[in-house]
Design a protein around this ligand. Sequence first.
Ligand SMILES: C[S@@+](CC[C@H](N)C(=O)[O-])C[C@H]1O[C@@H](n2cnc3c(N)ncnc32)[C@H](O)[C@@H]1O
Length: 448
Amino acid sequence: MSYLSILRTSLNDKLQQMETELSVSSHNGSPYLLEAHPYLAFDDADNIPSRKVFDLMEQIRMDLKAVDSLITPTRFKLVELGTLHYKSAALNAAVVLNVADAIEAVGGEVTLEDLAKKVDVNEHKLGRILRTLTGEFIFQETSHNVFKNTRHSIALAGSQGARSFLSFITDLGMKCATGIPKDLSNPETKHSFAETTAPFCKVVSKNGQTFAQYMGNPENATMVELGNEGITDLLVEQKLTRAALLYDYPWAELGSTKVIDLGSGTGDSGMDVMRKFPQLSWVYQDLEPVIESLKKDFPGDLIDRVDDGRISFVVQDYFQPNASDGNVWYMRGVLHEYNDDQVLAILNHLTAAMRRTPNSKMIINEVLNSSPIIVPTSSMSTPSEHIPGSQSAMASMANIMTWSTFSLFGGKERSYQEYESLLNTAGLKISRFFQFRTFTVMLECVLA
Ligand SMILES: C[S@@+](CC[C@H](N)C(=O)[O-])C[C@H]1O[C@@H](n2cnc3c(N)ncnc32)[C@H](O)[C@@H]1O
């Protein structure tokens, strides 16, 4: 059988399986694309699809990419990939102009002329922006020069947070990404994972200011506002990963365990975990200013647990011996900020603390550097058969997310194998691995 036939047969089979799964599990029936409302079986961020549907989704998307690459002449494939930033720019333009809301405001279908008047831009240019996106099923042209929203563009309506977040990541992300090629070869940055040498410092602040310093500068208030709107209004990042954190790690197994949340930051992940698993105790640890602001703004619905001691706050530098005792040591998005020596320094303090409590464990929630596919040279099976297991799901998205973090803040993102090697050096072993139905994972570790 030819490779094209293998892909065709496999896709047919997988799409059929997907249809069957959705027909029994979804109240919405079969997925739709052009209707301007969310398909809840996929789009409800609080209820992720079943493992079977999620895996099929990944496999089908991978094989469709293979078909696309198979039938695309190389010259177009490469130029298309090299010009993806124009699609990002078009999305950002639509977001900044709030096109999705403008379409809804006039009844859900609008001529280009009226839309251009409404958002106060040139009609010809707006048409080009929209047609860059209709090819991605974001907006639909229903007849010449008449546009409406689709399932994907309607998510941009009525949500300042979603728009701000997208604008933040497309605009700032595009700028930072231009610094990545040089980062790899510049002698000053090539072996560095420090925040002070991140691409952001070279191509955005340009004066060596880190992302955090730049955002603290009143001159950059617009960027800060955009970032805050994106994060606080919609908690977009949480929408991408939160449900999986709650459903795909067996928190219920922990019973009334005390969880120590190292470098807790705003502490929101722990708050959501405790809301769903109220028997847990929680210790927030971070540097003093962070702990003080966390205490000050702590949510009212959890305050009784602070009063009865089930939730506590400890000022703790994780590069110092750890003062707390607990059964579960939780680190979310902490280790990826550091080079290997620093990670080992943190882990060594934690293993010392873990030795005080028999059967304690460490749980590490991170994005992993992942291989979309690993295909032996002789293989004639579909790429979806070659998606490795011990890594982030949605490998391509995971890799992009790690570039986004690196280009802003530096840090060292790692693969499963790289984490495993560091953990082993620190006297820990990975006891269980949880691949979440998103691009993050949980590594559960115990003393070796
Ligand atoms: C990337 S944030 C992760 C926050 C949080 N775990 C989350 O998932 O949103 C890293 C956190 O580590 C804290 N941090 C930085 N250096 C620290 C140190 N030496 N000791 C303890 N916490 C530190 C920062 O204040 C920040 O809140």
